[in-house]
Design a protein around this ligand. Structure first.
Ligand code: FAD
Length: 448
């Protein structure tokens, strides 16, 4: 499969494109439940609870939002770079593709289009969540390149804004937006994934530093990252949620070793990271010492909400392309869509995508009311990750062997199919998302 495919697909996942589609007027009501308890699961702990008040939201764009969209379209018309040419997988090794993406991120930053809803004093635009949604939608519609610093922008940055000191905000946020510093998320370990609070990477106090030893795994972008949002255990005698501290770590510190892992799609987008006597100043504690769990929770809620960014537009493009293929006769044979089962399948995929679109509006409603992602993020994450597997499976069935050829649509279908397997694992597995929905949304008892 060509490297260009890899690039486009990752771009689709990570570019932070159309998160929410703005419908004319959409009202949503949801049932509510307050539940102040803490649990053990990685994600059960990380959710804001539903409001006591039902939501009713008009998502029709205001004249101001329409002007924002128009201005952005004009800017994109003159600033969107040409598509990266050549094999990105090889070029990536040489850094050319990374450089291309960094130039794009810098251009967005310089143009005032980075950190749309972030405060202006930290390099953001100071705009609303609705404008952020419009921004993501327009970038997806324009098929803009991915944003390399996606981990920083979608989960580390919002967490620093929520929990960081003034020094940390001034030091890190603007560089994160401009792409000067790429971040990774050092949470998962070989024995701590869904049950994240079981993490064993230790940070031991030594004067005004912590000394970190341990291993992280599945760390996306660690091979490119300048900094890491790292979860460590600082108090082993405490209950496991209490003895955790979150550190902002320089990835170029002595004692850090990054080993890339290859995915079945052929990418090496994530890594193992080993820490041996790595010294981190106490100034780099994010939140409280031994109070890292709520910080992790904030990061996870943002991760879940933001990783789905752009997927609606991506799915819509893929489904439209698949429908077009299904309508075309090929090699003298009738079109695939003449098969009633194929038509049923495509209609079902279309229907599910509409449901996803409406639910993203519900999540936007909550975000605009509270400023924080809510449990709707779990519904979205569960839905889009499983939807993508159904969509890509259908594509493989409808297109048959063609889907496996690099020469056909650049080999994107087989790549999408393989990469979609990880979707139901990253940012919390489907089982964990269902646990969250059962407990936090439906108020059902814990699973254990
Ligand atoms: C593409 C990709 C990128 C990633 N990037 C990062 C990253 O940048 N940083 C990072 O820290 N991590 C990252 N991860 C790791 C990811 O967060 C973990 O893989 C995930 O949380 C699951 O943990 P685990 O792999 O240890 O599986 P486990 O937690 O061991 O789960 C194994 C199985 O048991 C099920 N299970 C576990 N607990 C329960 C329960 N309570 N109820 C029901 N079923 C349960 C799970 O659903 C799963 O099917 C990435 C993963 C992928 C696939």
């Amino acid at each position: 499969m060509s490297g260009g495919v890899s690039s486009r697909q990752r771009a689709a996942w990570l570019r932070g494109a159309a998160w929410f589609i703005i419908v004319a007027t959409f009202s949503v009501r949801h049932r509510t439940k307050r539940k102040p308890t803490c649990s053990i699961d990685r994600d059960l702990d990380c959710l804001m609870l539903f409001d006591a008040e039902p939501s009713l939201m008009d998502l029709k764009p205001t004249p101001h939002e329409q002007r924002f969209r128009d201005e952005l379209r004009r800017w994109l018309a003159t600033n969107l770079p040409p598509r990266f040419s050549g094999s990105t997988r090889e070029a990536e090794a040489e850094g050319a593709y990374t450089d291309y993406l960094l130039v794009w991120q810098r251009r967005l930053f310089d143009g005032g289009w980075a950190g749309i809803a972030w405060p202006k004093e930290y390099g953001g635009r100071g705009a609303s969540f609705m404008e952020q949604a419009i921004f993501q939608e327009e970038l997806a519609a324009a098929d803009a390149p991915e944003i390399l610093g996606v981990i920083g922008i979608s989960l580390v940055g919002p967490t620093i804004i929520a929990a960081g000191t003034e020094r940390q905000k001034s030091r890190y946020l603007a560089k994160m937006l401009s792409g000067e510093e790429i971040w990774c998320q050092g949470f998962s370990e070989p024995n701590a994934g869904s049950d994240l609070a079981s993490l064993g990477t230790r940070a031991v106090r030594d004067g005004d530093h912590f000394v970190v030893n341990g291993q992280k795994i599945w760390t996306s972008f660690a091979h490119l990252a300048h900094r890491c949002l790292l979860l460590t255990r600082t108090e082993s005698a405490a209950p496991k949620h209490k003895g955790i501290t979150c550190l902002l770590v320089d990835m170029h510190s002595p004692g850090i070793e990054v080993r890339p892992l290859r995915m079945m799609s052929g990418d090496s987008a994530f890594n193992e990271v080993f820490f041996t006597d790595v010294r981190v100043s106490v100034d780099e504690v994010l939140g409280e010492i031994n109070g890292g769990w709520p910080v992790a929770i904030t990061a996870l809620a943002n991760e879940r909400a933001n990783l789905g960014a752009g997927v609606y537009a991506m799915f819509k493009r893929s489904l439209d392309a698949l429908i077009a293929h299904a309508k075309s006769p090929r090699a003298g044979r009738p079109p695939a869509a003449s098969d009633p089962l194929v038509r049923q399948k495509l209609a079902q995929l279309y229907l599910e995508l509409e449901i996803f679109r409406l639910n993203t509006n519900r999540a936007l409603t909550k975000l605009m009311k509270t400023g924080m992602p809510g449990p709707e993020g779990s519904i979205q994450k569960l839905f889009w990750s499983e939807y993508n597997q159904r969509l890509t499976q259908a594509a493989m069935e409808i297109l048959g062997p063609l889907a496996q050829l690099d020469e056909f649509d650049g080999g994107r279908w087989a790549y999408h199919y393989l990469r979609s397997r990880g979707n139901t694992i990253e940012a919390g597995t489907s089982e964990v998302q269902r646990n969250i929905i059962a407990q936090r949304v439906l108020g059902l008892p814990r699973s254990y």
